[in-house]
Design a binder for this molecule. Structure first.
Ligand SMILES: [Ca+2]
Length: 459
């Protein structure tokens, strides 16, 4: 859990300049953007009634699968707490809450050795499977990633500013994005719906590279990673993250990675996670980098602490299988651990450490499982994943830092492994399908992967 850095504080300036918007930094500084509150109205209630109570100047209806959900922009002199107090007990309000920031599960400095393990033989399956990466921005043109991005052909060939495929989102050719001030930015006319990151910010790109199988902490080498499709969606607050979840489900994501967290138990976010569950979608989240126990009595981090059964919470261990000292842990809400120390991606230059990179490793393995078992839902995939976790060293003098242990990649993907049983349509190992899924010989390691990624530029 990293505090907002000086770099983030500079973002308004960066955005204004990068978008060519005619707002000087001074003007933007003086023009304080309004604080916002989320209000779920009871059915049939009039949002204007709430607008009057709050003296709100702006409102937005939720752009996803939820009715009667609105975001109100408050007058400059109204604090969020005061607005929520005004709404307490009103008949038309189901709930009201802050539009809390979602922040990346922070990364720590370099350290640790590269993880490595033999590839399991004969892992074949159908593809592709889509993994949505909800984060603070992803470079969809990264050389090692761009061939793995889920494209939207109608938008790729479409017109700027037009929703060419009629899915409700204009220009979503390579994912979608909600900017830091969304939807306030829409009110002021500088909203940006690209999935791209702020310049120099690699958090989402690196998470996406891990989820795409382009990293050193996965424990397996399989050409099936080419069948993982990454759908990047950018979000910075719970309103944006909730819309991002609905968007990911609508685009057919089977697995979602969120290396993000909020300290606020947002009902808006929880409801979107429940809608993902109804669609059979698993959401993998980092446990957080506070080095704390997440428990009923202790620290909370959401989505982890909601306790939803379609959420998989991941702690970080080093390549020796020892809990990383900065990782949050806890039997109550942390499901398993994966390698998240000294992670190298195919196009990054630094070794990365944090639960941000352990989480997408699990998302990657869930995508491979989903290829093997295309008819499995979130519960079946999760059961197989957790049944094959193995014990590991807590390093804190405690029995077990997670509920189920740590990811065992090869065992999890083994046909007939413990957990939800292979069904008649579950295992996709049949002669002749190698051509269908475009298998190539397993790659030899990170150097080879980087080489391949470089070649990809010419394809
Ligand atoms: Ca569209």
């Amino acid at each position: 859990m990293e505090p907002a850095s000086g770099r983030r504080a500079c973002l308004p300036l960066v955005l204004a300049f990068s978008m060519g918007v005619a707002i000087s930094s001074t003007a933007l500084g003086q023009q304080a953007l309004p604080e916002t509150v989320i209000v779920q109205l009871r059915p049939g209630s009039d949002p204007d009634a709430v607008r009057v109570v709050l003296e709100a100047r702006h409102l937005s209806a939720f752009h996803g699968r939820s009715s009667d959900l609105y975001l109100f922009g408050l007058p400059r002199d109204t604090r969020v707490e005061e607005a929520l107090a005004r709404l307490a007990g009103r008949a038309e309000v189901d709930y009201a809450e802050p539009n809390a920031p979602m922040i990346p599960v922070g990364e720590a400095g370099p350290g640790g050795a590269l993880a490595g393990a033999a590839a399991p033989a004969g892992v074949v399956g159908y593809g592709p499977v889509t993994v949505a990466v909800i984060d603070i921005g992803t470079d969809v043109d990264d050389p090692a990633l761009r061939d793995r991005i889920l494209r939207n052909p109608a938008e790729v060939d479409g017109l700027p500013g037009v929703d060419d495929d009629g899915n409700g989102y204009a220009d979503d050719s390579s994912g979608y994005g909600y900017d830091r001030w969304y939807p306030v930015s829409e009110w002021f006319g500088f909203g940006d719906h690209s999935p791209l990151p702020a310049e120099g910010d690699r958090h989402g790109t690196d998470a996406a590279l891990v989820a795409a199988g382009q990293a050193s902490n996965l424990g397996v080498e399989t050409a099936l990673s080419e069948n993982v499709r990454i759908l990047p969606v950018r979000a910075y607050n719970v309103w944006g993250a909730a819309e991002a979840l609905d968007y990911a489900v609508a685009r057919g994501a089977k697995v979602v990675n969120m290396s993000m967290e909020t300290s606020w138990p947002s009902e808006t976010l929880r409801a979107a996670l429940v809608r993902a569950r109804e669609a059979g979608v698993l959401v993998v989240v980092g446990a957080g980098n506070g080095g704390q126990e997440l428990s009923e009595a202790g620290a909370r981090s959401y989505p982890s602490s909601f306790g939803l059964d379609n959420v998989v919470t991941v702690a970080a261990v080093d390549s020796e299988g020892k809990l990383w000292e900065g990782s949050n842990y806890g039997q109550a809400t942390v499901d398993l651990a994966a390698v998240g120390v000294g992670v190298r991606t195919a196009s990054g230059t630094e070794a990365l450490t944090g639960t941000s990179y352990a989480s997408p490793a699990v998302a990657f393995h869930l995508a491979l499982l989903a290829m093997q078992h295309p008819d499995w839902n979130h519960a079946q995939l999760k059961e197989r994943l957790l049944a094959n976790a193995r014990p590991f060293d807590a390093g804190k003098g405690e029995a077990s830092p997670t509920r189920y242990g740590m990811l065992d990649p090869a065992r999890t993907l083994e046909p007939g492994a413990p957990g939800y049983p292979d069904g008649p349509g579950g295992r996709a190992t049949r002669p002749g399908e190698r051509d269908v899924v475009g298998l190539v010989p397993a790659l030899g390691g990170m150097a080879k992967k980087a080489e391949l990624a470089g070649q990809g530029e010419d394809r």
